[in-house]
Every structure is written in C-alpha cells, then in structure tokens.
Design a protein around this ligand. Structure first.
Ligand code: NAD
Length: 297
C-alpha cells in the first residue's frame, strides 16, 4: 500500500515515542504541540514542524492525536484552527484515552467536514510506546481500518473492536479502571505485610508466584513503589479522568460499578493530596500515609 503522509499532535510521554516509531519506519510526519520543546524533540528525529492543528491537517492524509483530555481533543479536532479545517486530511486517528461519548461527538463533527474518525486507545505505558508492544483497541468502519491498520501496527498488537465510535474506548476504560484498582488494593495488602514485619520484597515475590499477582504487583511496585520513586509514567490526573469516565459510562449503560466508584474517589483524594501531575502510583503513598508505614525494599 502507498505510504501515507502522517500528522501527529500531542508529543508527550506517549505521543513522543509513538511519533518517533513512525519516523523510524520511514513515514513523513508533520507535528504540532503546545510545547515548543516537545516539537523540537520530534524535529530532531526528522519530523516537520507545523504552526497549528489545521496546518498539520493541511499537510497530512491521516492525523494522529495523543492528548491529555477529551476537551482538549475536541478543540484540536473541531476548533476554529482544528483538524476539521485542514484541507488534506481525511482521517483523524486518536490514540489518546478520551472516552466513548467524546468519540461519538467528534465522529459526528468530523463527518460534517467529510472526514472520518478512527479511535485507537492504547495500553502498555511509555515502555510499550517506545518498544512497539502496546495493545491497540481500534474502532472505526472496516474501510477506514484498512487504511489505519498498517499505521498503528507500528505500535504493537492491533485489535479491531468494532465499527462504531466509542467501542475501543469502552475496552480501554475497563482496562484502566482495573489497572488503577490493582495499585490501590496491592498497596493495602503490602502495607499490612510491612506493618506485620514482613520484608516487602519477599512478600511481593510470593504474591507474584501466587494467585494474587496483578499488573501492580508484577510491574508498578517493583519499578516505582519499592524504590520510593513514584515515577511509573502515568499522571494521577489522567488515571482519575479515565476511571471517572469509566464509572460514568458504566452507569449510562445501566451497569452498577461499586468498586470502580470507590477507586474513582481514591484517585480524587490522591489528586488533591499529591497534585494532578503526580504519578498514579501515589495511590500507594496515600495508603502508606494512612497506615504509618513505607513499602520499601
Ligand atoms: P502527556 O501529558 O505526557 O502528553 C500530552 C501532550 O499533549 C503534551 O506534549 C502536551 O504539551 C500536549 N498538549 C496538551 N494540550 C495541547 C494542545 N491544546 N494542543 C497541542 N498539544 C497539547 O500525556 P501522555 O501520558 O502522553 O498521555 C496522552 C494520552 O494517552 C492521554 O489521553 C492518556 O490517558 C493516554 N495514555 C497514556 C499512557 C501512559 O502510560 N502515559 C498509557 C496509555 C494511554
């Protein structure tokens, strides 16, 4: 298939390495970010600088977005200087986590400009974005999928969840609620062990060979809690946004989400105590504070 000219808006923790992979694969990539430093990093890797989302969409066939919130995505997609106003682009391919209801709104707004929405929320963190080992949850019509599939295949394993806007987002929100819950519950279990006098490294090794193992015990605690660095790479504000959208969507569908609602409140507390820019592993710091022990090893 003919190589598509690409655009990339939002060159942060995820968008930086993902746009880097597209450049390394030989794509032309035109980029935009509010951060000049982020643009400079991409240009140093071979990207072309653009002055606005509209300018990106004037230069590229497919525009990817990796942005922090649904509202920012809406402005970038449908705002006065947005992708919808760009003459060339036919597809906006969002790799952020922006929720099912915004997916539907933006799909409808783009359609008014003769453009197609494709969503591809991702899981696997900065490491997965850098190494190309993300899980990719694509939702878009089959004809659009044929165009975006070879692009997103640069990022990891591709799943075509469905054709309707929002379906990939539902899977992503479910996953992120579970990932956040794992951090909180693992912190409670570990704090209990430490307070009883058990070496947290030994306790974690046992759990990771036992039925309680999970993504926090296997990855986040060894990398960001036991060393006391709390720097896994995902902001508390973003995790809070995801779990909030997850509980809202679940309630909209008539599915009670009692556990998820609890995690939403834990993230609300973490967000106000440690700040929106703190790492979401600070949920464990909260539990440490409550229990009067540190989970270090
Ligand atoms: P980030 O904050 O590191 O990056 C966001 C980028 O968007 C920044 O470079 C910022 O300058 C830019 N930006 C903000 N407002 C802008 C605007 N108006 N116009 C242009 N650029 C703008 O966030 P991130 O961790 O890379 O996450 C991006 C998205 O990916 C989020 O939706 C997040 O939920 C999702 N996500 C993150 C991870 C992770 O581990 N970090 C994993 C999976 C999914």
């Amino acid at each position: 298939m003919e190589q598509q000219t690409l655009g990339f808006i939002g060159l942060g923790r995820m968008g930086g390495p993902m746009s880097g992979r597209l450049l390394a694969a030989g794509h032309d990539v035109t980029v935009y970010d509010v951060s000049e430093a982020a643009i400079d990093r991409a240009v140093a890797q071979g990207a072309i600088r653009a002055a606005s989302p509209k300018a990106v969409a004037a230069a590229a066939d497919v525009v990817l977005t990796s942005l922090p919130t649904p509202q920012i995505l809406k402005e970038i997609a449908l705002g006065a200087d947005g992708v919808a106003q760009g003459s060339r682009a036919k597809i906006l391919l969002d790799v952020s986590t922006t929720g099912p209801s915004m997916a539907k709104t933006i799909a409808a707004g783009l359609a008014e400009h003769g453009k197609q929405w494709a969503e591809c929320p991702v899981s696997g963190g900065i490491k997965g974005a850098t190494e190309g080992t993300l899980a990719l949850m694509v939702s878009c019509p089959n004809a659009t999928f044929e165009i975006v599939q070879p692009i997103v295949a640069n990022f990891g394993k591709v799943f075509h969840v469905g054709e309707e806007p929002g379906l990939g987002e539902v899977v992503k929100l479910a996953n992120n609620m579970l990932a956040a819950a794992a951090i909180f519950l693992t912190a409670e279990a570990m704090a209990m062990g430490v307070k009883a006098g058990i070496d947290p490294r030994v306790m974690l090794d046992i759990i990771n060979l036992s039925t309680g193992r999970n993504s926090a015990s296997q990855d986040k605690f060894p990398r960001a809690v036991l060393p006391g660095t709390f720097d896994f790479g995902f902001a508390t504000a973003l995790s809070y946004k995801d779990v909030r959208m997850c509980v809202d969507e679940s309630e909209t569908l008539g599915v009670p989400m009692v556990g998820g609602a609890l995690i939403r409140q834990i993230l609300a507390i973490t967000n106000s105590k440690y700040g929106p820019d703190s790492d979401f592993t600070c949920m464990a710091k909260l539990v440490e504070d409550w229990s009067g022990v540190e989970i270090r090893g």
